[in-house]
Design a protein around this ligand. Structure first.
Ligand SMILES: [Zn+2]
Ligand SMILES: [Zn+2]
Ligand SMILES: [Zn+2]
Length: 262
């Protein structure tokens, strides 16, 4: 749904060539994914533009959210899940690790107070939490999803592999045990912030080195800053590595949870 870094592109007030560009592929909302699973839709991360993204993608009913980590650019759209709680008459499950739950409970404290104190019954999103762990596949809406440990500076975060596709955003390094889980991919979605090194994000050369090691058939770059121009990237990158854009659709093979495949 979104392919931009935490401040989005264009950057407010910036007059650089990318921010002033007419190319719609240089307009990037905050990074996140809408997954159309066999049994319904869910999102990976919920950035501040979630509602705008879901309207644009003609999403209908988001039944769950899966979180990579709890930085503001990945969780601040959680209130936009409120509508789906009304529609489903149930809480929306958020699949995440313990520190992410703690942060969400702090950032959206109004959603976790006594409902009888709310101004009306739809005033806050209804959320529940499901714990997930790296290396332990879980099933969601007819898909088997494998969380993969990634490093984001000093922070431990998660990427997700669904069949032949993996989504790894906000990466600075990938531990060796996780690399074993990311071989044989048809498609890797990988974050790249800019061309110069950064303490908590991959830069372009480091990402290309990682791609050479993991050897996915195709890589889409995401979480890009205004220092990366779409056309310039297309002309400078190898054919199997392309910058993603908001609204890009990626097909994937459905890997059913084990109990449903027998
Ligand atoms: Zn981010
Ligand atoms: Zn700019
Ligand atoms: Zn982050």
């Amino acid at each position: 749904m979104g392919t931009g870094t935490s401040i989005g592109v264009p950057v407010v007030g910036c007059r650089c060539s990318v921010c002033l560009s007419d190319n719609p592929r240089n307009r990037r909302t905050r990074t996140g994914v809408l997954v159309r699973a066999p049994e319904g839709e869910f999102v990976i991360d919920a950035g501040p533009e979630l509602r705008i993204q879901l309207v644009r993608e003609r999403a209908t009913l988001i039944r769950a959210a899966v979180m990579t980590h709890a930085h503001a650019d990945h969780i601040m759209g959680i209130d936009d899940l409120r509508i789906f709680g009304f529609r489903l008459h149930s809480a929306i499950p958020i699949h995440c690790e313990a520190p992410v739950e703690t942060q969400i409970r702090q950032s959206f404290s109004y959603a976790f107070t006594d409902p009888t104190t709310h101004s009306h019954q739809y005033a806050a999103p209804r959320l529940t939490f499901n714990r997930i762990s790296p290396g332990q596949a879980f099933s969601l809406l007819g898909l088997s999803i494998l969380p993969v440990r990634l490093r984001h500076g000093s922070l431990d975060i998660l990427g997700f592999r669904i069949g032949n596709v993996a989504f790894c955003t906000d990466v600075s390094t990938i531990p060796s045990e996780s690399r074993d889980l990311l071989h044989g991919l048809d498609t890797l979605v990988l974050s790249v912030l800019r061309r110069e090194p950064h303490p908590t994000h991959l830069h372009l050369d480091a990402a290309l080195k990682l791609i050479r090691q993991l050897q996915p058939r195709k890589t889409w770059l995401t979480h890009m800053s205004h220092e990366l121009d779409y056309d310039e990237l297309c002309s400078s990158l190898p054919e199997h590595v392309r910058p993603a854009w908001d609204g890009l659709k990626i097909p994937f093979t459905v890997l059913r949870p084990p109990e449903e495949t027998v």
